[in-house]
Design a protein around this ligand. Structure first.
Ligand SMILES: Nc1ncnc2c1ncn2[C@@H]1O[C@H](COP(=O)(O)OP(=O)(O)OP(=O)(O)O)[C@@H](O)[C@H]1O
Ligand SMILES: [Mg+2]
Length: 265
């Protein structure tokens, strides 16, 4: 007797949501930073995460990325329960995160920053490094070619040889996102990527977000500028006091009472 799903062709099969975070609680000692927040990203889209200072946005990102272990709740990614996995294992599955303060290696050039991200832990394995195996050489060549492509796409090839410490705030942000792209993300968690960025670069980072999403990469972006959120997001999730208080299109969220109340509180 065929089951209900066995009659569906592969294209009709309902696919697992990219991300389902349910009932997430994050605590720091006595502080409940996230208090039972749930969020689903069904298909790759750009989702804005907004809310007043201290609402729990970065903490929710940390629970999804694995930098903070949720005290309770579940994170499912691509159909797999990743709640107990450390950040590097989530990254291998495609969850990559940038931080509120851009993290770029100051002592490496932009190109090297991308190479290190692309090679990951495999680039530093002792045996391969000592023996300089052909496989490692081939991998390095492929990673270098990929880094060159990403630099070109981000229009930052001209600063490939600049050291991290020489970059402007906006360039650091671009390099940080470019580093994530070197690791084939399926979900990018961007925590205020426009902070300290000159207006013309804000627009470019927004355009890159849209272009990245069109390649089936979901993006969850924390951003305080409503102009930016309105221009790049397919959907907006609102947090206040550790809870999700609204979720919908930019227009519907902006019309809702909850946002006004949260920001006035
Ligand atoms: N490492 C920590 N230790 C203790 N409390 C923390 C820690 N990180 C965050 N908090 C607290 O948890 C709550 C949520 O913080 P979180 O940084 O997640 O908010 P946010 O929405 O990202 O705020 P912002 O918009 O200012 O970045 C706040 O009350 C904050 O003070
Ligand atoms: Mg934050």
């Amino acid at each position: 007797m065929p089951t209900e799903t066995s009659n569906l062709s592969a294209t009709q099969m309902p696919s697992a949501p990219v991300l389902a975070a349910s009932d997430i609680c994050v605590r720091y000692g006595g502080v409940e930073a996230v208090a039972g927040a749930s969020l689903t990203i069904p298909t790759p889209q750009v989702v804005g995460l907004i809310g007043p200072n201290g609402a729990g946005k970065s903490s929710l990102l940390a629970a999804i990325g694995g930098q903070s272990r949720a005290a309770s709740g579940r994170v499912t990614f691509d159909g797999e329960d990743v709640t107990q996995l450390p950040p590097h294992q989530r990254a291998r599955r495609g969850i990559l995160r940038t931080f509120q303060t851009a993290s770029v290696f100051d002592g490496l050039t932009v190109f090297e920053n991308l190479l290190v991200a692309g090679l990951g832990d495999q680039g530093s394995r002792l045996r391969g490094a000592l023996l300089r195996t052909p496989a490692l050489h081939a991998r390095e060549r492929a990673t270098a070619a990929r880094a060159a492509r990403v630099l070109e796409e981000f229009e930052i090839s001209h600063i490939a040889d600049h050291y991290g410490r020489e970059l402007s705030g906006g360039q650091r942000r671009l390099v940080e996102i470019a580093r994530c792209l070197m690791r084939s993300p399926k979900l990018l968690l961007l925590d205020e990527p426009m902070v300290g960025v000159a207006p013309h670069l804000v627009e470019r980072i927004g355009e890159h977000c849209r272009a990245i999403c069109e390649r089936s990469v979901a993006i969850l972006i924390v951003e305080h500028s409503m102009e930016v959120i309105g221009s790049i997001c397919d959907r907006v999730v609102v947090m206040a006091s550790g809870e999700v208080i609204d979720d919908g299109s930019f227009a519907s969220v902006m019309k809702g009472e909850s946002v006004r109340e949260a920001y006035l509180a």
